[in-house]
Design a protein around this ligand. Structure first.
Ligand code: M6R
Length: 609
């Protein structure tokens, strides 16, 4: 939610900041701005709109400087406009701030500062930070920042520059992520590693209540009390090439096609082809404590929540352990009945989702074991969880999650097998058939994708519809939910995901010839019942497009159209059935001319609650 970037070094900061903002744009894209210091003056350019609008605005400007900040915004306080775009200035215009997060007490702070004579020109919460630092400034920017921070309540990663203490970027973190990039005589600060990758692979992740001071000579770190701290440097394994489109029109399409490899990479090295044994030693899971586990609680949001629902079926079927799946945003308000015999699994591709992080923190005192499933190494949720199972999906740039969903399914299938083996519910011999089925999945995904062009024409025929129903039962129920989410978030078409059996309890009233149904119906234990649900739709003049196995001879006689996917072990069918639904949503959105990678009102990592 919002991206911040900062630079100090020998280059002109402007292109560095603009290129960096392009790579952060998926975090928010309703307005953007940069500020640089030159010859004791701070120059600011801001626009309502995207980074390309900022680039247009910069074309005729002579902005340059070797120290600067940039921001791409997802509005929380104050509408998207040029005035509300960051960086925000203090009264004198000699100090500017970029901020990711929310200052919860900004209204009383604003009133207090106004009473002291400070002039506010925006509707944002962030502007108070500029004035608070201005109030404390006596020549040292880091001292002023440090003295201002105790007044702030809420979540923030802030970066600040001042003409009064130039060639310096001061960054403070309390909540949202901030990572320092260590180049040769140049230093970067960013909300994530993507902008840093093209400059250096050496990074330092800031923890909460830490301040980094970036100067031409190096980076110093202090805590909020001003005590110097030693930080460990990390070496990045992602490469700049991973965040290129590689000939695809959109990142989302590229990421859909990367899924077979992503599943392969997530399984690799964690599963023995010969014996069926699963190895998750790297996660830090305590095998002895796991043997005592009586219940699993999965917590997540959005697509990760849907993966969690599939994970419930994996774990219950294979490990015979009851699983509850909860929305992170709701979980915190429940009466948490947790203890050390419960494994809490928090799934978050970004590892930064505020609701999921807050839910994880809420479990801490209970003694429950905690495991993060995440795609971003060293992000907040993995750092705070007791154990981590990383997915190996590489950077996902499209705001609509696709490849991270498949990678999460792979991680959850490993976890289910691991728990089954640890609890003695499956031995090597009984694991082997499902392990072999699992290892064949990437190849079957490839087979489907290689012959998926038909989806483009199919989507074209459905552009006239404004409402869709997605139905599935058992493991296909979360697939239906995920398919509907994909369609609505990128094409702005209304889509309802429903459990097939629930349709007759309400949504059936919506069915007519204007509302097509996408039915996810692999050959599984729910097949016959799902077939009855399809008949109920057909009897009401509804059009049915089914996603079914390629060996299903029956289905074509009961529906209007079939998209066939390779048949697999039915428990693993979500790996296959999700693919046509992602592509269908993609092609509908692309044909409508929608901004597929950056849908309106959304942001890739939602770091506000
Ligand atoms: O990074 P996370 O997995 O925690 O993100 C959770 C959701 O915000 C995310 O899945 C969101 O729903 C996506 N836009 C779905 O495509």
């Amino acid at each position: 939610m919002c991206g911040i970037i900062g630079y100090v070094g020998p280059q002109n900061a402007v292109p560095v900041l603009v290129e960096g903002l392009k790579k952060l744009e998926y975090r928010g894209y309703d307005s953007a701005g940069i500020a640089v210091i030159k010859e004791g003056q701070i120059q600011v350019k801001r626009v309502k709109g995207k980074i390309r609008d900022l680039e247009d605005c910069l074309k005729d400007s002579v902005l340059e400087g070797s120290c600067g900040l940039g921001h791409t915004r997802w509005a929380t306080h104050g509408r998207p406009s040029e005035e509300n775009a960051h960086p925000h200035r203090d009264c004198s215009g000699t100090l500017v701030v970029v901020h990711n997060g929310i200052i919860e007490n900004y209204l009383p702070l604003r009133e207090k500062l106004q009473a002291e004579g400070h002039t506010f020109v925006t509707e944002t919460d962030t502007e108070v930070i500029a004035h608070l630092v201005e109030r404390r400034f006596e020549g040292s920017l880091e001292e002023a920042v440090r003295k201002a921070l105790p007044e702030l309540q809420g979540a923030y990663a802030v970066a600040i520059i001042s003409a009064g203490d130039p060639d310096k970027v001061v960054v403070a973190k309390s909540g949202p992520p901030a990572v320092v990039g260590l180049g040769k005589d140049e230093f970067f600060i960013s909300s994530d590693i993507n902008p840093i990758l093209s400059h250096t692979s050496r990074v330092v992740f800031l923890e909460d209540r830490e301040i980094a001071i970036l100067e031409r000579g190096g980076v110093r770190y202090v805590d909020f009390d001003g005590r110097p701290i030693g930080k460990t440097e990390d070496q990045l394994s992602w490469t700049p090439l991973m965040i290129e489109k590689k000939g695809f029109k959109h990142f989302m399409l590229k990421e859909i096609f990367e899924q077979p490899q992503v599943v392969r990479d997530t399984l690799q090295g964690r599963i023995s082809q010969g014996s069926g044994k699963v190895y998750l030693d790297e996660t830090g899971l305590d095998a002895v404590a796991l043997q005592e586990i009586q219940r699993v609680v999965i917590i997540a949001c959005g697509t990760s929540y849907h993966a969690g629902l599939v994970g419930k079926y994996f774990i219950e079927s294979l490990a015979l352990i009851p699983v509850a799946v909860e929305y992170a945003s709701e979980f915190r308000y429940q009466d948490l009945m947790l203890d050390k015999k419960i494994l809490v699994v928090v799934i978050s591709q970004s590892g930064e989702t505020a609701d999921s992080l807050a839910a994880l923190r809420a479990t801490k005192k209970s003694g429950a074991l905690t495991l993060a499933i995440s795609n971003v190494v060293n992000s907040s949720i993995p750092r705070e969880a007791g154990a981590v199972l990383y997915t190996h999906a590489g950077p996902e740039i499209g705001v609509a999650a696709t490849k991270t969903f498949s990678a999460q399914l792979a991680a959850l299938s490993l976890l289910a097998l691991f728990l089954a083996q640890i609890k003695g519910r499956m031995d090597d011999e009984s694991s082997l058939p499902i392990v072999q089925d699992l290892l064949r999945v990437p190849h079957q995904m490839e087979r489907f994708l290689a012959d998926s062009r038909r989806l483009e024409d199919l989507a074209q025929r459905f552009l006239v519809f404004s409402h869709f129903l997605y139905l599935g039962r058992w493991v296909s129920f979360p697939v239906a939910l995920e398919g509907a989410l994909k369609l609505k978030e990128i094409s702005y078409v209304h889509a309802e995901g429903y459990a097939g059996g629930e349709m007759k309890h309400g949504p059936i009233a919506l069915i007519d010839e204007k509302m097509p149904t996408l039915a996810v119906i692999p050959r599984d234990r729910a097949y016959d019942k799902m077939m009855s649900n399809i008949s109920e739709v057909k009897a009401r003049l509804g059009y049915v497009l089914a996603v079914a196995f390629d060996n299903d001879q029956e289905i074509a006689r009961h529906v209007d159209e079939v998209i066939r996917v390779p048949s697999v072990n039915s428990l693993l069918s979500p790996f296959l059935t999700i693919l046509p639904l992602q592509l269908f949503a993609y092609y509908v959105a692309a044909r409508k001319g929608a901004d597929v990678d950056q849908p309106r009102n959304l942001a890739k990592s939602v770091t506000v609650e």
